[in-house]
Design a protein around this ligand. Structure first.
Ligand code: SAM
Length: 211
């Protein structure tokens, strides 16, 4: 882990950031909510633990995450060569919750259309999580296209226990299920890159912007 020191009101505080964390990007332990997020929209993201469906478990999670590694990529054939990716630091079985995707939580009136790190949190309310300027290790997850035949992970909603009997809806990164035929039963082996599908829309928009 790297160390970053901050001085506030004359006192020195030390916060731990993961290895290879880029300078200039804030490492977050919890989401940063936009002040412009409507109160009612924000309220839908946090609610009483007793209202959580019985099929969902409230989770505890705090970074840095030892199960993953941010790794600079120096492989000419990799489409994100020269950038970084997120790799498994241990074997991750199917359906494992790997880590949350956190960042700047914003509404439709506060959207950076040029961000490549913006993930939808609530489509109906237009709430997204943008990790371009602040986030955690999950911001380094690349798309599988050009790297592998298929993704090995996906985004799912998670409910995080934030204390005082409350839970918060966030996005989480999970290993894909084994599948009916068990073809993904191995999960993600240690040292493998964690890859999701950004969805066709991400790449269509990007191609539109480039050309
Ligand atoms: C959320 S970031 C992923 C982390 C990024 N590689 C980094 O080091 O900050 C998304 C950006 O990564 C790059 N990227 C991710 N997957 C890619 C892929 N399969 N092909 C080409 N570029 C990819 C693109 O530049 C994309 O805009």
């Amino acid at each position: 882990m790297g160390q970053s020191d901050r001085t506030r009101s004359g006192s020195k505080s030390t916060s731990v950031t993961p290895n290879n964390w880029p300078p200039g990007v804030v490492y977050l332990h919890q989401p940063c909510y936009s002040k412009r997020l409507q109160t009612d929209a924000a309220a839908t993201l946090t609610f009483s633990k007793s209202d959580l469906p019985s099929t969902e478990e409230p989770r505890k999670c705090k970074g840095p995450f030892a199960n993953v590694k941010i790794t600079p990529i120096f492989v000419p054939s990799h489409p994100a060569n020269g950038q970084s990716g997120l790799f498994a630091a241990q074997h991750l079985p199917p359906d494992t919750f790997i880590l949350p995707y956190i960042g700047y939580v914003h509404g439709p009136n506060d959207l950076d259309e040029n961000s490549d790190y913006d993930l939808s949190l609530d489509r109906e309310l237009g709430i997204g999580v943008d990790a371009s300027k602040m986030g955690n290790e999950a911001r380094f997850i690349n798309d599988y296209r050009g790297v592998s035949a298929a993704p090995n992970a996906e985004f799912r909603h998670v409910f995080v226990d934030v204390g005082k009997g409350r839970v918060e809806k966030r996005m989480g990164v999970f290993v894909l299920s084994a599948g009916k035929s068990g073809k993904r039963a191995k999960g993600i082996e240690k040292g493998r890159e964690i890859l999701v599908s950004y969805g066709k829309g991400f790449w269509t928009e990007r191609m539109g912007a480039d050309g």
